[in-house]
Ligand binder design. Sequence first.
Ligand code: GSF
Length: 203
Amino acid sequence: MKLYHAPASPYVRKVMVLAHETGLLDSIDVETVSTSPAAPDAAVAKANPVKKIPALVTDDGMALFDSPVICEYLDSQHDGPKMFPAPGEARWRALQLQAAADGLLDAAILIVYEGRIRPEELRFQPWVDAQRSKIDGALAALNTWSEDFGDRIDIGTISAACACGYLDLRFPDIDWRGANRALAAWYERFSARPSMQATKPAG
Ligand code: GSF
């Protein structure tokens, strides 16, 4: 399988952490690309009409996106403990957690692009503030839920960890730990996992 990849992408990291946890890493050929709304990568655009990474091309030529779909596909390709629980309460909790973490990342990425792509004179602070409010709301939910995470490893906790790691990478000025102590304590333990250490983005 070919994975279109960028080391700093938190959504790509979700896929890579799951691949580590499920023993699928050796079956994935990683192709590192650089893509942005202002300069989409042509190969990515062939695999994903939305022109975003991660995008996966399976061994039988199927092009899959976005990270939830790619992660669920990978989870169908191994015989170990599943990262997507079977239908029922545990599954809905894991998918709900993934959705909150992805929503945090979606808001964070929009702030990054506002600053990286939009010319300074066109930037709109109320827009940035609105995205920051979404990040804070998602963090509060993750913090509440994290009290029951225990040692759970599934698509939800993987997504939550990648979201926390992204804030450290791109928003070092946000002290998310101060207002979310339960989440911070959980993340301290979870981020020590080999799968997290092996996929830690360079600063
Ligand atoms: C979001 C991926 C995404 O925004 C997913 O995979 O879950 N819902 C998707 N990827 C960014 C790169 S990143 O910063 O993670 C991306 O491809 N941006 C390029 C663009 O054109 O938006």
